[in-house]
Structure formats: C-alpha cells, structure tokens
Design a protein around this ligand. Structure first.
Ligand code: FES
Length: 136
C-alpha cells in the first residue's frame, strides 16, 4: 500500500466529491460569477509582502482572499464559500479552507478540492502595481 500523506488522501477524496457533485448539479450552490464589491476597483487592497508564498491573506472588509500560489503569482477570489456563505479562513498549506464545514479550495484557481461545497470560489481579475495588488 502506498504511503500517502493526509493531504494526498484528502485531495484525492475531495476531487472525487467535488467532481461528482459538479457533474450532477453544476451551479446549484452559487457557482455564478461573483461581482466585485463596489468601491474597490482600481484600489490597492493588499501589499505583495503581506501575501505569503503558498498561502494568502483574507481581506475581511471586502470579503476577498488574495493568494500567492507560487512566487510572484497573485490571485484574488471571493472569500464567500459557495456552500453556505461562510468566509474562508486564512490560506495556508496550499489550500483555502472554509472553517464552517471543511470545504477546501485551490490557491491557484479557487477550484473546489473537497466538499461539501460543489463549486469553486469565483476569481476576480487583478494586477500588480509596484508593491501593491489592485482589483480590476
Ligand atoms: Fe463553507 Fe459550508 S459554508 S463548507
């Protein structure tokens, strides 16, 4: 039997759970594109230095998560979990985890890795401007 770690086991299981759910009822739990909160387009909402590689930062004021899956690559997602709307926790260990029921999402795409959520976190476009991160 292969010596799998916790993350590999959960990831393999989670993909099956999320994938199966999507095939059966895509969009049933809020998979529509999220709307950028009003008033933040064009504003610096985080500093690059505040977003760790392989992790991220939740900006509670705007309900947005900024991640840095690999060095120099930044992503922005809604922090609202598509399952029941809780705010995902601070990204770490390569995933964003919802504290309410344990759904996990990929740092680089927002893809659902483990349910009960059935949809990904909606992504917002951004740009890096100097040392700041700007939502477009
Ligand atoms: Fe996030 Fe249920 S609200 S997993």
């Amino acid at each position: 039997m292969p010596a799998w770690g916790r993350r590999e086991v959960l990831g393999a299981t989670g993909v099956a759970v999320c994938g199966a759910a999507l095939a059966g009822c895509a969009g049933a739990d809020g998979s529509a594109a999220a709307i950028v909160p009003p008033g933040i387009k064009g504003k610096v909402i985080a500093k690059k230095a505040d977003v760790p590689v392989g992790g991220g930062k939740v900006i509670n004021e705007w309900k947005i998560v900024i991640t840095q899956p690999t060095s120099g690559v930044f992503k922005a997602f809604t922090a609202n979990c598509p399952h029941k709307g809780c705010s995902v926790g601070r990204p770490e260990d390569g995933v964003m985890t919802c504290p309410c029921h344990g759904s996990e999402f990929a740092l680089d795409s927002g893809k659902c890795l483990k349910g009960p959520a059935k949809a990904p976190l909606a992504e917002f476009p951004l740009k890096v401007e100097g040392d700041g991160i700007v939502i477009l």
